[in-house]
Each structure stands twice: as structure tokens, then as C-alpha cells.
Design a protein around this ligand. Structure first.
Ligand code: G
Ligand code: G
Ligand code: MN
Ligand code: NA
Length: 250
């Protein structure tokens, strides 16, 4: 497959870059962190989004090398930001389960010099599919490095509350399917409310994803959500634009 061949060369020839989407803390009223989002500038096809190439990278195992590049690059860039600003990095299940993963995280921290508590690893519930015990052990090893761990797209897919009992995540990211209707639909509102309360009781932070309009924001505030992320506040932006955005914050 052509995409697969191109993907193999892309890492070598520097066609990947990161964009960063701010995560706005509703209590501190400032940017508390940014999520790194991978972009591929293909020489002939133009910009290709991760939705297209991450599945191919997973199938071919290329995700391991790509994910390693993402971690190093994200930590390297975040080092230039103010010390109270975190960087969140998505990790796919295959990359996460790779035996070298903890060491890759350790290397990214060591080589960049980034304080571990500034790095937040985002995993999805699907990592638990192949058996929770090994995953929980791995999560504890990562936690021992000092990094934070967030559960992404929370509430979708294979959602099971037992994961929350077996590991104390630092954050739940409320999936945008709930956020989309939080202001207009009673059941979506009730679900967001329940997630926020659950997170609070378990000492976890919450971020609502995909916040696109002021009604959603207002509703999320009322529900006590900790932070928001989405086009309403900011699209993902280029690395060069992050410094000036962070300078503007109060
Ligand atoms: O940026 P965008 O909305 O196109 O991202 C689409 C999907 O790709 C999201 O699910 C996001 O988590 C995932 N994604 C973005 N960047 C990375 C990355 O660096 N690694 C992995 N594994 N997934 C990513
Ligand atoms: O699965 P994950 O949460 O990592 O996905 C992040 C993706 O969500 C990114 O690709 C980003 O472009 C996308 N995204 C960010 N903000 C919004 C938004 O407000 N609305 C929608 N529809 N997508 C968003
Ligand atoms: Mn994410
Ligand atoms: Na998500």
C-alpha cells in the first residue's frame, strides 16, 4: 500500500510535526497545558490527519517509532514553555503495550530535561482490552517515573468503571460526544455531571473535549468541569505560535 510505503519514509525525512491544542483551566482561568497532535505534511498529498495514518501505523507497527518521535519532540518543545504548563501526549494501544514503552518515556524526559510531572500520557480505555492486570502494572511503572496519566475519550467504547478502581488516573477526558449535547440534551448533561462527580470523588481532574460553543462552556462550568479543550477556545496551533499565546495569559 502506497500510504504505508510513504509512512516508512516520512519519519526519516522529517515530514511529521506537532500541533498543540490549549487546555483551558476553568478555575485558574488560564491555560494549564496543551495536547500534542501529530500532523503529516505529505510531499504530494498535502496535510494528512492522524485519523487516516494512525490506523496504518498501528497495523504495520510503525506507530512504535512514530510514537517515540512524538514523545521526544513534545518534551523538547514543552521545555521552552512556562514551568506550570503541561504537555499531553496521545499514546496508542500498540505503542503502550510495546515492552520498551516505559524506557522511551524515561529517555524522553531525561534527554529533554522536562520535569516528569509536566508530562501527561493520554491512553484510551481500549488498552485494557487485552487484560487489565498487565496494563495496571505498566501504569504504576509509568506513575513511578512521575508522569501523569489521563484516560482519553472517557465514556465511549469499552468503558468500564472497574478500570477506575484498579488505577488512580490523574484525569478523565470527557468524550466530545457527551460535550456536544451537554447544553441541549438532558441525558448528556446528566452523564457529564456524573463523570465530574465521579472524578471528584476519586481525586481526578476532568477536561471536556470538543467544546465548540458558549452554551456548552456555560453548561460545563455549571457542572463543575475542571478544564475545557476545543475550537471555542482554540484550534490546535503550530509550535511557533505557542510561546506568544502563553505570554498573553494572565
Ligand atoms: O488531531 P486530530 O483530531 O486529527 O486527531 C485524530 C485522532 O488522532 C485523535 O484520536 C488523536 O488522539 C489521535 N492522535 C493525534 N496525535 C496523535 C499521536 O501523536 N499519537 C497517537 N497515537 N494518536 C494521535
Ligand atoms: O481523541 P483525541 O481526544 O485525542 O482527539 C483530539 C482531536 O480532537 C484532535 O484531532 C483535534 O483536532 C480534535 N478537536 C479538537 N477540538 C475539537 C472541537 O472543538 N471539535 C471537534 N469536532 N474536534 C476537535
Ligand atoms: Mn487525546
Ligand atoms: Na479524546
Amino acid at each position: 500500500r502506497q500510504l504505508e510505503l510513504d509512512l516508512r519514509g516520512a519519519l526519516r525525512t522529517g515530514q511529521f510535526r506537532l500541533e498543540f491544542q490549549p487546555i483551558f483551566d476553568l478555575k485558574a482561568e488560564r491555560i494549564g497545558g496543551l495536547e500534542a497532535l501529530l500532523r503529516w505534511d505529505h510531499p504530494t498529498r498535502g496535510l494528512i490527519t492522524p485519523g487516516e495514518f494512525i490506523p496504518v501505523a498501528e497495523e504495520t507497527g510503525l506507530i512504535v517509532a512514530m510514537g517515540e518521535w512524538v514523545l521526544h519532540e513534545a518534551c523538547r518543545q514543552a521545555l521552552a514553555w512556562p514551568e506550570d504548563v503541561r504537555i499531553a501526549v496521545n499514546v496508542s494501544p500498540l505503542q503502550f503495550r510495546n515492552s520498551g514503552f516505559t524506557n522511551v518515556v524515561f529517555q524522553a524526559l531525561t534527554r529533554s530535561g522536562l520535569a516528569p510531572q509536566r508530562l501527561e500520557i493520554e491512553i484510551t480505555e481500549s488498552v485494557f482490552l487485552d487484560g487489565a492486570d498487565a496494563v495496571v502494572a505498566l501504569l504504576h511503572r509509568l506513575r513511578a517515573l512521575g508522569v501523569r496519566i489521563a484516560l482519553d475519550d472517557f465514556g465511549t467504547g469499552y468503558s468500564s468503571l472497574s478500570y477506575l478502581r484498579s488505577f488512580p488516573f490523574d484525569k478523565l477526558k470527557i468524550d466530545r460526544s457527551f460535550v456536544a449535547n451537554v447544553a441541549s440534551d438532558e441525558s448528556a448533561g446528566a452523564i457529564v455531571d456524573a463523570i465530574v462527580h465521579l472524578a471528584g470523588a476519586l481525586n481526578m481532574d476532568t477536561t471536556a473535549e470538543g467544546v465548540e460553543d458558549p452554551q456548552q462552556l456555560e453548561s460545563l462550568r455549571l457542572h463543575g468541569c475542571g478544564s475545557i479543550q476545543g475550537f471555542l477556545f482554540s484550534q490546535p496551533i503550530r509550535g511557533a505560535a505557542v510561546a506568544s499565546l502563553l505570554e498573553q495569559r494572565a
